[in-house]
Design a binder for this molecule. Structure first.
Ligand SMILES: C[S@@+](CC[C@H](N)C(=O)[O-])C[C@H]1O[C@@H](n2cnc3c(N)ncnc32)[C@H](O)[C@@H]1O
Length: 365
């Protein structure tokens, strides 16, 4: 991942990017953080980059031309029109899904404003994304750019060591993480919760989920409203793919193998707060006798999405069948993904990210 930061204060970026985990990532080449001083591209002999605002009012405005020239120099180096983010309190407030999506790019240009901001006309020409790091106003975009670089880099391979990385973090499930404890077992007469010493992984996981929900209810009820339980059901030969998708979607998701007759006989009722993701191949068209896969699931306006791994020719037929079935059984069929080859691990992660984005859209409505 290469970050290109356009700024009037490169030293702010250079210092932060060369410290701690980011510093190590720069050294081992996992990320590159390049700064471009907008002042170097001033069109003025006094190297001025700002001027008074048209229409009057307090403060100065950064001129369009130096920002444009700095951007053009970076664009030329990259070789194509890059994804270009303007840090601004007027942008979309950064969240974990956006962070993961930005991490898919190879080059990101980050433009830092100062004073009252930047002349609107250059922003219209170069910016692809307007991002805010929170509902407050900073003196400049540099700290915002560093927040983005830090959060995005955690998803770049080679940045975190095994001990530092965790597949699931606070917020990826729209749940805050459970509390953590380390040695000693008793500190200030406070004991580590007994369950964590039990060695029983199922009980530990259940406790952690409960703590996450409790904590989110207390501290971030707004997040809890956006949270949903993931259920990945598969039919046909895609156990590994469904397992991976389930893990990429949620730490607490359930995996249902509908090849097993026992599971097909059981009734499943899902609520509005659930998400059903089904993964199927051409087996679904063969209808190998009762009970038919998925005929036992019922929703209550539960969102549902499908990943279909058939060849292109059968895709339409399978999609039609699933759509009719799920709509009739109380689900809201939202989207179909086509994945012709299960080997494409990256593609599954991209699908998971898109599903999460789609769920965010649903909750925003
Ligand atoms: C003082 S602010 C300008 C605010 C601008 N007058 C407004 O009201 O939208 C100066 C610069 O700081 C950066 N900035 C301020 N608050 C920010 C935030 N919450 N997120 C990201 N960048 C921010 C932007 O780059 C902005 O151009």
């Amino acid at each position: 991942m290469r970050y290109h930061v356009l700024t009037l204060f490169p030293e702010m970026i250079d210092q932060a990017a060369n410290t701690s985990i980011l510093g190590r990532a720069v050294k081992n080449g996992s990320i590159q953080v390049e700064t471009t001083n907008i002042r170097d591209y001033s069109a003025n002999k006094h190297m001025r980059v700002d001027d008074y605002p048209y229409g009057g009012g307090a403060g100065m405005v950064m001129e369009a031309e130096p920002v444009y020239r700095a951007y053009e120099a970076v664009k030329e180096k990259i070789g194509h029109k890059p994804r270009t983010i303007y840090l601004t309190p007027q942008g979309k407030v950064l969240n974990q899904t956006m962070v993961e999506e930005f991490a898919l790019d190879e080059d990101l240009v980050l433009i830092c404003g100062h004073y009252e901001g930047i002349d609107e006309r250059v922003l219209e020409e170069v910016v692809t994304d307007y991002v805010s790091i929170g509902d407050y106003v900073l003196t400049g975009g540099e700290l915002g750019a560093m927040v983005m670089i830090d959060a995005i880099s955690r998803f770049v391979p080679g940045v975190l060591s095994n001990e530092e990385s965790s597949q699931f973090e606070s917020l990826q499930d729209n749940l805050l993480e459970y509390p953590h404890y380390t040695r000693p077992e008793v500190w200030h007469e406070k004991r580590v919760p007994q369950v964590l010493l039990s060695g029983d992984h199922k009980r530990i996981e259940a406790w952690r989920y409960e703590q996450s929900v409790l904590r989110t209810t207390e501290r971030r009820p707004d997040l809890l409203r956006k949270s949903y339980r993931v259920h990945c059901a598969f039919y046909g030969g895609m156990e590994s793919g469904a397992g991976q998708l389930n893990e990429a979607l949620s730490r607490y998701g359930t995996l249902l193998d509908f090849n097993r007759k026992k599971l097909r006989k059981q009734r499943y009722h899902f609520e509005r707060q659930d998400l059903l993701v089904v993964m199927v191949d051409e087996e679904i068209l063969k209808n190998p006798g009762e009970p038919e896969a998925f005929s036992n699931v019922r929703g209550k306006k539960t969102p549902c999405m499908a990943v279909i791994t058939t060849q292109e020719e059968q895709l339409g037929q399978v999609e039609e069948k699933l759509k009719a079935m799920f709509d009739k059984q109380g689900f809201l069929y939202k989207k179909t993904y086509h994945l012709p080859s299960l080997e494409k691990v990256d593609k599954l992660n991209e699908i998971a990210l898109d599903i999460r984005r789609k769920m965010e859209e649903i909750h925003e409505k």
